[in-house]
Design a protein around this ligand. Structure first.
Ligand SMILES: [Zn+2]
Length: 399
């Protein structure tokens, strides 16, 4: 048990904190230099916002390690004793209860971030009421989807190689959620209204037809209800695809900039990055299930747990952060390459000038500090640092 906790701390908590600390020193050093991209005042504010987030992240790493130790040293065994053995749906309740208790434990930190830290820097418009309702909705979603997944898992797990079957079920579900997200899940949290700017709509249509892309409508999302930051995405799979523009983006970016951002997103579609991402995540998922399927029998004894599917799956969830931490660089590497390709595609449809302006605008509005430690980029970034993206845009494109 000590070994298990030691592994968690050695392979997750300590490296995460070290990377955060490297980033803190990097930002502190660069904050003293001349401002780039941002106005000097915003540059300083964005540095302090990043530092505040990094400190919070260090606290949460320590907090998560404590939760892990608590689960491993007495929580899981107590939870197992609490639930009657072989009860109907015992498997589902064991795992789902574990997930919901964990989600509950995460609440204080996310409340602090949304209701205090982000508010302090003028991003968050989240009120206690919104936070409370959002939390209830996500818990309901976890309960419903969790129940469905676990029930499916329960059915397939009785076959040999339960971990392989489990992987199949969760992978399928990932695809389904991806497909349903824009039409079924996102509307639970936000309101989507069709874009009613005919001029812009025509331009977006024209852009999409240039890229050979069909979408099931262009929608504006009331992102400003929670957050001042900007974004746009194409969601869904197949014919359920939607263009979603944050209302904040419409407000703050010129229509040329907006088209450049959309062209970038179209680039992801053109290059099938969404599918590549799904496949890469499935590698991670496969790795997780493989590890869970090959846990040493001794581990269950030391944790005072029965060796069954429910406990194996719970241990899988406990070690998932370690596996994903070490696989994230792989996903990040491919993702950052894909971002450069999508930028190049955007340039081919619009212009480097428009995209640059839009990117700079985004960074300004989102108060992203422009400098990052290479180790931090390697472990956490799915997008290249803005300075690198701008530099790449300066190089004349091949086509
Ligand atoms: Zn992108």
């Amino acid at each position: 048990m000590m070994m298990f906790c030691l592994c968690y701390v050695l392979f997750l908590t300590i490296p995460s904190i070290v990377i955060d600390i490297l980033q803190i020193y990097h930002i502190k050093a660069f904050a003293k230099r001349q401002a780039v991209i941002l106005q000097p005042k915003d540059y300083v504010v964005s540095a302090s916002y990043s530092l505040a987030n990094l400190r919070l992240s260090i606290i949460s790493h320590i907090f998560e390690a404590l939760i892990f130790i608590a689960w491993v040293s007495f929580g899981l065994a107590a939870w197992q004793d609490f639930l009657a053995e072989e009860a109907a749906f015992g498997f589902i309740i064991f795992v789902l209860g574990f997930v919901l208790i964990n989600a509950l434990l995460q609440l204080p930190l996310s409340a602090y971030k949304q209701l205090r830290l982000d508010k302090l820097y003028g991003f968050s418009n989240v009120t206690w009421q919104i936070f409370f309702i959002d939390t209830l909705k996500s818990f309901a979603l976890i309960a419903v989807f969790g129940f469905l997944v676990l029930w499916l898992l329960l059915i397939v797990m009785d076959y040999a190689y339960w971990w392989l079957a489990g992987f199949g079920v969760v992978f399928l579900l990932m695809v389904v959620i991806n497909a349903l997200y824009p039409t079924l899940i996102a509307p639970i949290f936000n309101t989507f209204t069709p874009l009613n700017n005919q001029n812009l709509q025509d331009k977006i249509q024209e852009l999409m037809s240039k890229a050979g892309f069909k979408a099931n409508g262009i929608f504006v999302m009331d992102a400003s209800r929670r957050d001042g930051r900007l974004n746009a995405y194409f969601g869904g799979l197949g014919s359920a695809k939607r263009v979603v523009l944050f209302d904040t983006l419409l407000e703050k970016v010129s229509s040329e900039g907006l088209l450049a951002i959309l062209a970038h997103e179209l680039g992801h579609f053109k290059h099938k990055d969404i599918i590549v991402n799904l496949l890469l995540s499935s590698v991670l998922l496969f790795g997780l299930f493989f590890v869970a399927g090959h846990l040493p029998a001794g581990l269950f004894d030391t944790l005072r747990l029965q060796n069954n599917h429910a406990t194996s799956l719970t241990i899988l969830l406990l070690i998932a952060p370690i596996v994903s931490f070490w696989l994230m660089p792989l996903i990040g590497y491919f993702s950052r390459k894909a971002e450069y390709r999508a930028d190049a595609y955007s340039v081919s449809l619009t212009s480097a000038h428009c995209l640059k302006e839009a990117l700079i605008r985004l960074v300004n509005e989102n108060k992203t500090f422009p400098h990052s430690h290479p180790a931090y980029v390697f472990f956490h970034y799915t997008h290249p640092p803005l300075l690198d993206r701008l530099k790449a845009l300066d190089i004349p494109q091949a086509h």
